[in-house]
Design a protein around this ligand. Sequence first.
Ligand SMILES: [Zn+2]
Ligand SMILES: [Zn+2]
Ligand SMILES: [Zn+2]
Length: 117
Amino acid sequence: MKYKAFAAFAAGVMLAATSLAGCAGVEAEHAKHEHDWGEWRETPPTCTAAGKRERVCKTDPSHVETQEIPALGHEWSKEWTREENGHYHVCDRGCGERVMEAPHTFVRGACSVCFVR
Ligand SMILES: [Zn+2]
Ligand SMILES: [Zn+2]
Ligand SMILES: [Zn+2]
């Protein structure tokens, strides 16, 4: 599936990649009718994985239009999360990822980074 590999690559670069995946190799077929598209069905993207939108032709269900929805990227909290032994920022989208995780560096009783006491 060359298209799939390309779409995965392009998802990070382009806002949306559109292709008539179901029509590959049947170019002559499309000319025979106006597609009568059904409702979009959406698989939402996450922080790290692209989602997609898909709709199926009511006239010929082998015609499927797919649009990639790029991954959202993490939304790092502005506030430090402070634990007994260290501090970090969590992703506000709730994916559980952390960044800048490090032990507290106490200077006169308070952490010089997150200011926990
Ligand atoms: Zn069609
Ligand atoms: Zn995230
Ligand atoms: Zn700290």
